[in-house]
Design a protein around this ligand. Structure first.
Ligand code: GAP
Length: 445
């Protein structure tokens, strides 16, 4: 993990937020390449939900919803972590994670086993961030930053049903920020205070819930595999009954073998009719579906694949990180799926003279016009420029040289095989567009 954190900072993918003030706990900023990578992950998710299927519609609901939302959803009463404070060092720990300290600096011990830590009894600590609407706190209504995007979908179920011209089984998908006041041992972007979720609530006739639960388990595993995560680093783990969230009839986690061990990447839950029934009761509004064909009226059951953007980014980075040796020199390379790579192709003039920059810039412009993320780089020796692109995971590099000026071809170098071939510069946009659509497997063992 240290190597990934350091690469992310060195190349400006992800780095601590508020760094000039010493940072702020579990909060990170995404730089240029991080934003590009994150966007590709989100795009891939939307493609799988909206482009590849006809039974899902999109939504972008508000972060701050009516406060009663969280009463109905159970978050106000039950979305808590058990916390203990140390009377000696003043640090706060999760009582269920006492093997690691909250600040990540000092080891903690179980209550009563050490003189280092003098721990209080565990208290339930609600994870929702609270704020107020209105200029004066005392007069304002208390509201919460959403801890999951899902509830906005349930609140809009009836409205969406009205305009989407869909009937169960159908889904509503949303991507957006959620917020949780997490006390964590600081595993980089694995668990942060604010994070983006990619959630889809799939509304189904009650007797089809089991079928769709299985369907989404498979579909979500396939999504990660197709984007290059290695099969032996990916698994499904069903929750035991005592692990289930208050709303869930069944949940399985898609787990990835992170450097911190097997951990949740995404949760797929069968939420039954819990949410629609709760909101119907609290809002006094019927949230059901009337099937005119069969004359049946029912509250749909919900299957929910809920993924985290940052956590997916971390998994893709971990899976892609590699080191090898070229000509006796150590190379760091991100073997990202080309579709996820922040930059698809680097355009490199061999020399900063003799017409190379002009020809390279023309090729760069043609690639951009074809909507291919291209990066022009003329600074430094060619080997160093390749290394820089390898570190950010650029799958191809096109080098413009003397021959380009004679016959219009460039050298196309492959990040993984290191093979170089000559290809007509004019064909490059089309060739790369084709390669970007092709299936891809990680060359890592
Ligand atoms: N609506 C269901 C739900 O929110 P969850 O398992 O709590 O379920 C879903 O969250 C996903 O969101 C997780 O699998 C994870 O990828 C991501 N996630 C949750 N909390 C997070 C946090 N504090 N930081 C980063 N990602 C988080």
């Amino acid at each position: 993990m240290d190597k990934i954190v350091s690469l992310c900072k060195r190349r400006g993918f992800v780095f601590p937020a508020s760094e000039i003030y010493g940072g702020i706990a579990n909060t990170y900023d995404y730089g240029h390449y991080g934003v590009l990578l994150k966007r590709e992950v989100i795009d891939a998710w939307w493609r799988s939900m909206l482009v590849a299927r006809d039974d899902i519609v999109a939504l972008d609901s508000a972060i701050i919803q009516h406060p009663r939302t969280w009463e109905a959803s159970g978050h106000l009463a039950g979305f808590t972590d058990p916390l203990v404070d140390c009377r000696t060092c003043g640090l706060r720990f999760r009582a269920d994670h006492l093997d690691v300290s909250a600040c990540g600096r000092r080891p903690s011990k179980h209550p009563g086993q050490t003189s280092d830590c003098d721990l209080t009894e565990a208290r339930a600590f609600n994870l929702m961030f609270q704020t107020t609407i209105g200029p004066v706190a005392e007069e304002g209504a208390t509201v919460f930053l959403r801890p999951e995007t899902a509830q906005g979908i349930f609140l809009d179920f009836k409205t969406v049903l009205g305009f989407a011209r869909r009937k169960p089984p159908f889904g509503i998908a949303q991507v957006g920020k959620s917020f949780r006041n997490e006390i964590t041992p600081g595993n980089f972007i694995f668990r942060t205070l604010e994070f983006e979720q990619m959630e889809m609530e799939f509304f189904v006739p009650p007797d089809e819930a089991e079928h769709w639960y299985e369907h989404w388990l498979r579909a979500r595993m396939d999504w990660y595999s197709e984007l290059g995560l290695r099969g032996d680093h990916l698994r499904l783990r069903a929750h035991d009954a005592d692990e289930l969230s208050h709303y869930s009839c069944a949940t399985s986690d898609v787990e990835y073998l992170f450097p911190i061990g097997w951990s949740e990447l995404e949760g797929v839950a069968n939420r039954g009719d819990f949410d629609l029934t709760q909101h119907a009761a609290h809002a006094g509004e019927k949230l059901e579906y009337f099937d005119q064909g069969s004359g049946q009226r029912y509250v749909p059951h919900v299957i929910e694949p809920a993924a985290g953007v940052g956590r997916s980014v971390l998994a893709f980075l971990c899976d892609a990180y590699d080191e090898d040796e070229i000509g006796g020199e150590l190379r760091t390379v991100l073997r990202l799926h080309p579709r996820l790579a922040p930059v698809k192709v680097a355009v490199l003039p061999l020399l900063r003279k003799d017409g190379h920059p002009e020809a390279a810039r023309a090729l760069h412009a043609a690639l951009k016009a074809a909507a291919i993320q291209s990066e022009y780089d003329e600074g430094g020796a060619i080997g160093r420029r390749y290394r820089r692109q390898d570190e950010i995971g650029t799958p191809w590099a096109a080098t413009v040289d003397h021959q380009t000026l004679q016959d219009g071809t460039v050298t196309l170098r492959d990040r993984d095989t290191l093979e170089q071939e000559r290809i007509a510069a004019a064909d490059l946009p089309g060739e790369l567009a084709t390669r970007l659509q092709a299936p891809w497997r990680s060359p890592k063992p």
